[in-house]
Design a protein around this ligand. Structure first.
Ligand code: SF4
Ligand code: SF4
Length: 181
C-alpha cells in the first residue's frame, strides 16, 4: 500500500529524533539556507548542499538520502550548526544520516579502504615505508602509535568492524532483498 506523503514525513523525522537526542530540532528548520552559506564544501561543490539535505529529512526522503554519495563529503566542521538561527543540529543530523547509510551498507569505497587501514594498524593514515625512512634520515624520532589491538577491541565493541565489512548487497540479502525504509 502506498503511504500518504505526510505519513512518510513523520516516520523519518521520528526516526531521526529517536536516533539523536536533539534530532527533534530538525522540525524548527525554516529553510533559510544560512547553513549552506557557511558550508565550506558547498562553496566548492554545489552538489553538496546542507539545506537541501535537511529539506530531504523534513520531507521524508530517507531512501534517496542514504543512497546519496554526496552525504559523505561533509567535513564535520560544525559551522552549519553554529550559525543556524533555529538551533537545528545540522551537522549532527547529517552524521546520523551517514550512520543510517553505513548501516544500510552504503559506505564509499575510499572510506571502506580507510576503515580497513584503521582496523589493521590503529591509524587512519598509516605512514608509508618511504615516510618512515625519510623521518629516520632526518633524525626524527620513531612515530609512536596506539596499540592496534586496543584500537581493534574498541572498534569491535562499537560494531565498527562488522559495519565496515558490510556491503549493501549483504544487507539486502539479510533483509530478504527488501527496500531500506
Ligand atoms: S540554517 Fe538552520 S533553519 Fe536555515 S536552512 Fe539551515 S538548518 Fe534550516
Ligand atoms: S559540518 Fe558539514 S554540512 Fe556543516 S558546514 Fe561543515 S561541511 Fe558543511
Amino acid at each position: 500500500m502506498t503511504e500518504a506523503y505526510h505519513e512518510i514525513n513523520s516516520k523519518f523525522r521520528k526516526e531521526l529524533a529517536e536516533l539523536h537526542e536533539e534530532g527533534e530540532s530538525l522540525n524548527h528548520c525554516y529553510q533559510c539556507a544560512t547553513c549552506s552559506g557557511i558550508c565550506p564544501v558547498f562553496r566548492y561543490n554545489s552538489k553538496y548542499n546542507p539545506r537541501r539535505l535537511i529539506e530531504g529529512m523534513l520531507t521524508g526522503k530517507r531512501d534517496e538520502l542514504i543512497h546519496d554519495p554526496n552525504i559523505w563529503l561533509c567535513t564535520v566542521c560544525h559551522n552549519c550548526t553554529e550559525v543556524c538561527p533555529q538551533g537545528v543540529r545540522v551537522s549532527e543530523l547529517l552524521a546520523t544520516l551517514r550512520n543510517l547509510a553505513a548501516r544500510a551498507g552504503n559506505i564509499p569505497e575510499h572510506l571502506r579502504a580507510e576503515a580497513k587501514v584503521l582496523i589493521e594498524t590503529g591509524l587512519v593514515n598509516a605512514p608509508s615505508k618511504a615516510t618512515i625512512s625519510r623521518r629516520a634520515k632526518m633524525g626524527l624520532p620513531e612515530l609512536k602509535t596506539a596499540d592496534p589491538a586496543e584500537i581493534r577491541a574498541l572498534l569491535e565493541h562499537l560494531d565498527f568492524i562488522k559495519l565496515a565489512a558490510k556491503e549493501e548487497k549483504a544487507v539486502k540479502e539479510e533483509s530478504g532483498g527488501g527496500k531500506q525504509q
